[in-house]
Design a protein around this ligand. Structure first.
Ligand code: ATP
Ligand code: MG
Length: 363
């Protein structure tokens, strides 16, 4: 039998454990408290959580005990969960933004984050479904991805990604909730008392400003922003807050929808956001019983709009009941039915988006 482990070995093992939402080592975050090692190899560790009712208590406890048990010589592991003191929380908060320009981490010239706003003229064309699935597809390709739900009045991202709970805050910093490897933030994560939905004009801008500056995004490779329908204030705020953002426009094939989508593109132009691609959604439907293909909304609107804007048509996504079911059940189609034509189209769109945003590509 191996001898009881030393303190150093235990701390090394704990250093490899990340907080699931902050995605930093629990040692670096100052979350490790007392460590007791008995002669017979039993180890007891105290872990200090940011808040008492931390929704991820069980997950953190599991990660810590798994890491402890794996250390040679450990014969048993006990993990006690404590709560940080105000001073400890303040220290952690300071550490999180060290080296980041908190005023807006994405406006910094050195920021490598590609920001993509997903827009449409019309409501209900599939922006939020596309945003969620693109995010998962990019994350599956190994990129770090954030999703900012900028649809303050009509948010749907929490349901689509199956994360309908309150977010944790560390002092004034709001921590995104992780889903499918993607960091997500939505007004839907703020408790009722935090989120008066009377936000209009300047208040709306204020809310979006805090989504940009007070959420711990931690510089992902891609930040996707789900916009509300239409051509209103939100796009203007996003353009001001995230001046390096690019936009993709989602449309359905009808020519009437394309005309409305054109207005979204005109708005992008006014606020100086380059449109980098068009995604056509609900392009066709395959009847499951006969296999017959129906162009439900005929028109070729996606191609027409892409041609008009001189940008690529990134993908045509078919109308599939599984897309809607996936959105309702919190399991987007890219993960729920990865072999479906719609999931493939979402991955094609992600590939096209990466190409369009690659350094050197003209936008
Ligand atoms: N390709 C598709 N096949 C089947 N259903 C779809 C498809 N795309 C979207 N849907 C469904 O259509 C509805 C509207 O989609 P979604 O919420 O993504 O649109 P949106 O443009 O974000 O809407 P809003 O303008 O209200 O924000 C949802 O019920 C969604 O599940
Ligand atoms: Mg939406």
């Amino acid at each position: 039998m191996s001898p009881a482990p030393g303190r150093e070995e235990i701390l090394t093992a704990l250093a490899a454990v990340d907080d699931p939402e902050l995605r930093r080592s629990i040692v670096d975050l100052g979350m490790v408290g007392d460590v007791d090692i008995a002669d017979d190899g039993r180890v007891a560790v105290a872990i200090k959580l940011t808040v008492e009712g931390c929704p991820l208590r069980a997950e953190i406890q599991k990660r810590v005990s798994t890491a402890l048990i794996a250390v040679p010589g450990v014969t048993g592991a006990a993990v006690r969960l404590d709560t940080m003191t105000d001073a400890e929380r303040a220290a952690m908060r300071g550490g999180l933004s060290a080296g980041l320009d908190v005023s807006s981490p994405f406006t910094d010239a050195g920021s490598a984050t590609r920001v993509i706003a997903v827009a449409s003229g019309k409501g209900g064309v599939g922006k939020s479904s596309v945003t969620a699935n693109l995010a998962l597809a990019l994350a599956d390709q190994g990129h770090s991805v954030g999703v900012m739900d900028a649809d303050v009045y009509g948010y749907s991202i929490p349901r689509i990604l199956g994360v309908e709970r309150a977010a944790v805050t560390v002092e004034d910093l709001m921590i995104p909730i992780e889903a499918f490897g993607v960091r997500v933030f939505s007004i839907g994560f703020l408790t009722e008392e935090d989120s008066p939905v009377i936000w209009r004009g300047p208040m709306l801008h204020k809310a979006l400003t805090s989504f940009v500056t007070e959420v711990f995004w931690d510089e992902p490779d891609y930040l996707l922003v789900d916009l509300p329908p239409g051509t209103g204030d939100v796009a203007l705020s996003i353009a001001q807050l995230l001046p390096k953002a690019a936009m993709i426009v989602v449309t359905t094939p009808q020519l009437a929808a394309q005309r409305v989508a054109r207005r979204a593109a005109a708005m992008a132009d006014r606020v100086d956001l380059p449109v980098v691609g068009v995604i056509e959604n609900m392009s066709w439907f395959i009847a499951p019983d006969t296999g017959a293909r129906y162009e439900v909304f005929s028109g070729g609107g996606g191609q027409a709009l892409a041609g008009e804007l001189d940008v690529p048509l990134l993908a045509q996504v078919p109308l599939e009941p599984a897309v809607a079911l996936g959105g309702d059940s919190g399991l987007p189609i890219v993960h729920g039915s990865p072999d479906s034509a719609a999931a493939k189209a979402m991955r094609t769109a992600a590939d096209g988006l990466r190409t369009a945003l690659a350094p050197g590509a003209t936008t």
